[in-house]
Design a protein around this ligand. Structure first.
Ligand SMILES: C[S@@+](CC[C@H](N)C(=O)[O-])C[C@H]1O[C@@H](n2cnc3c(N)ncnc32)[C@H](O)[C@@H]1O
Length: 381
């Protein structure tokens, strides 16, 4: 079935409010919508809203619908009547009328080819089946709203045909119920037509009288607690949909909003570019710092190697100092020994006898002793 859920919701309301018990559908395709209408009528039967529901669905080619419906519901024939025919055929409405049980209230749905010709033929041929307060739904007027067209292959002509027909005397008995385009979401702009002039000139022919019409349409709903609240009268839609605004004022508003949004998007884009540039500059700076760090790392490495060399030299020097220290110790030990002191005293006397240490003889002897001492130390090592 190809219908918006929002439109299906509206159909549920129309069926309840108008107490339709026969749905005449022009355009069956696979039979999905026929099955859906049949099931809704069954629900209304269960609530006691109608007595017996029936769907009459017409298509120029019913092969696909027959196959699909037989699979979905082998007993569909009892409640869904399939009629093969062309909506443009002027003899078709009479054939269909003969299938509508007496005293029925029809809801007519035009969902065939969506061209000027078929829309006009549907309205001309079938609107008279609609009783007072009943509905005729012209589907898919969206084909004529540029903003709603999804493909160039879509047909055109629904809204022009509808407009022309509403201007006829029969059309003037109908009111376009734009408030039924609920939530601003509908494929059927201007398409919910209600007969608001009491049935005359033989229209709404099936209902018995004007009074019965009124009673059927307005009469109190049965006391079915579940169904009553949700099927009370629909509030009027305060705003028409942007997409279906005929004067295009809302469309212009939407365009202005779109322009403002575009401007905001441009500003955001500029900001994003500036931020990108800042990020790039920061990245360059980071790269510089990185190479500086690498250079410093290299320098640090050289420094460390140099320090290691100095450490090694220091260790060598320490070794020498330790050795000299040992030599000094040995010399001090010698100096501290009593033998050494005796030796000193004897030396002093000796030098005294030579005329003092500074005398030529004393110096000569001292030099000789120094030489002898060095050679003795060397031997000690
Ligand atoms: C949009 S589909 C119907 C979809 C169906 N009502 C649903 O909601 O599932 C249109 C159908 O109208 C049929 N159709 C096209 N031109 C027609 C014509 N001149 N007379 C009768 N049926 C026609 C097509 O064969 C097609 O199956």
């Amino acid at each position: 079935m190809s219908k918006f859920p929002e439109d299906l919701r509206v159909y549920e309301h129309l069926l309840w409010a108008s107490r339709a018990d026969v749905v005449v559908e022009l355009g069956t395709q696979f039979g999905g919508s026929a099955l859906w209408f049949r099931d809704r009528l069954r629900a209304l039967e269960q609530y006691g809203r109608i007595r017996r529901g029936k769907v009459i669905s017409i298509d120029i080619d019913l092969a696909a619908a027959r196959e699909a419906l037989s699979t979905a519901d082998p007993d569909h024939g009892a409640s869904i009547m399939l009629v093969e025919g062309d909506v443009r055929d002027p003899t078709l409405p009479t054939k269909v009328r003969d299938l509508v049980p007496a005293a029925s209230r029809c809801l007519v749905v035009e969902d065939s080819a969506h061209t000027y010709e078929t829309t006009w033929a549907a309205l001309e041929g079938f609107a008279w089946l609609v009783p007072y307060k009943g509905y005729f739904v012209v589907e898919d007027g969206c084909v004529d709203v540029e903003e709603m067209r999804l493909s160039e292959s879509w047909p055109r002509g629904v809204l022009p045909a509808l407009k022309a027909w509403l201007a006829t005397s029969e059309g003037s008995d109908f009111t376009v119920r734009r408030d039924l385009e609920r939530y601003g979401l509908s494929c059927h702009p201007h398409g919910f037509l209600q007969r608001t002039a009491p049935a005359s000139r033989g229209q709404g022919f099936i209902a018995k009288s004007r009074e019965q019409d009124r009673e059927m349409a307005d009469g109190p709903a049965p006391n079915s607690g579940v169904a009553l609240p949700c099927n009370s009268a629909l509030p009027r839609t305060p705003e028409p949909s942007v997409l279906i605004d005929p004067d295009q004022a809302l469309l212009r508003q939407a365009e202005h909003r779109a322009e403002a949004a575009e401007q905001r998007a441009k500003t955001a884009e500029q900001r994003a570019k500036a931020a990108e540039q800042r990020a790039k500059a920061a990245e360059d700076q980071m790269m510089d710092m990185r190479s500086q760090l690498l250079r410093l790392g290299d320098e640090l490495f050289d420094e460390r190697r140099y320090i290691a060399e100095l450490d090694a030299r220091l260790a060598d020097a320490e070794g020498v100092v330790v050795r000299l220290h040992e030599e000094l110790n040995v010399a001090q030990q010698l100096q501290d020994s009593s033998l050494w002191q005796l030796f000193q005293r004897a030396r002093r006397r000796f030098y005294g006898a030579l005329g003092g240490r500074e005398s030529p003889l004393g110096r000569l002897v001292e030099r000789s002793i120094r030489v002898l001492t060095r050679s003795a130390l060397r031997k000690l090592k």
